[in-house]
Design a protein around this ligand. Structure first.
Ligand SMILES: Nc1ncnc2c1ncn2[C@@H]1O[C@H](COP(=O)(O)OP(=O)(O)OP(=O)(O)O)[C@@H](O)[C@H]1O
Ligand SMILES: [Mg+2]
Length: 202
């Protein structure tokens, strides 16, 4: 039986790039090569897409070819640049092993919807909702799921430190893997924690 051609997208331009490369390596270690033929699609930090042999730490420095998932349903896969020509590779399924903005927030999922290729994980709507903690809290709470009290602090908004019941956790609404997350035990620690969180979201 032919193996399923699986496109595995990893890397990405968010701060969670290294976590994604690590996850892709775990996928590589555990993928059943009798069932699946993998196509490793790495996205560099600057957002370039490349087809490479392996998601190891040196993937960007090895032989890579520019490649993109086409939104054109008749392609149903990759367009790979080879000697100034595009080669088409039909994929059966795509596994986005991406985190953070433009990877986990519905952007890549939107491209995959356009492409018509079945993909692993959440759809556009749930990806967009779950990437933003301020929205996910509203939905979870409305559904009756126990949710900690939270305050959303908009860009340029100042929060009165005496308003909060310490300890509190300060975190960017749209990041992950604990980037920019701080436990704040008293009013004095709040400004520094806010500044740290704002490095990853406004
Ligand atoms: N309300 C809370 N109470 C106790 N611990 C918390 C709370 N919020 C965050 N933490 C701690 O901080 C860590 C990171 O927070 P959280 O999981 O919300 O953000 P993240 O890991 O950056 O996002 P994601 O899980 O979506 O990747 C948690 O694993 C937990 O250890
Ligand atoms: Mg977490």
């Amino acid at each position: 039986m032919d193996r399923l051609k699986i496109g595995i997208i990893f890397g990405g331009s968010s701060e969670e790039h290294p976590i994604s490369v690590k996850s892709a390596r775990e996928v590589a270690r555990n993928l059943d090569l009798e069932k699946y033929e993998p196509f490793w699609i790495g996205i560099t930090r600057s957002g370039a897409w490349k087809l490479c042999d392996d998601p190891d730490a040196q993937w960007e420095n090895r032989r890579c070819q520019p490649a993109v998932v086409s939104p054109d349903r008749s392609v149903h896969g990759l367009l790979v640049l080879e000697q100034e020509h595009y080669k088409m590779i039909r994929l059966d399924v795509v596994f986005p092993v991406l985190y953070g903005r433009l990877g986990e927030d519905g952007a890549v999922q939107g491209l995959l919807e356009l492409s018509g290729i079945p993909y692993v994980g959440c759809d556009v709507q749930s990806s967009a909702l779950c990437m933003d903690k301020s929205l996910a809290y509203i939905v979870a709470r409305t559904a009756g799921i126990a949710t900690p009290n939270y305050w959303v602090v908009a860009a340029n908004e100042k929060i009165d430190p005496d308003r909060l019941p310490y300890p509190v956790f300060v975190k960017p609404a749209r990041s992950g893997s604990s980037f920019g997350v701080s436990k704040v035990s008293c009013t004095e620690e709040l400004p520094g924690a806010m500044e740290t969180a704002r490095q990853y979201d406004s």
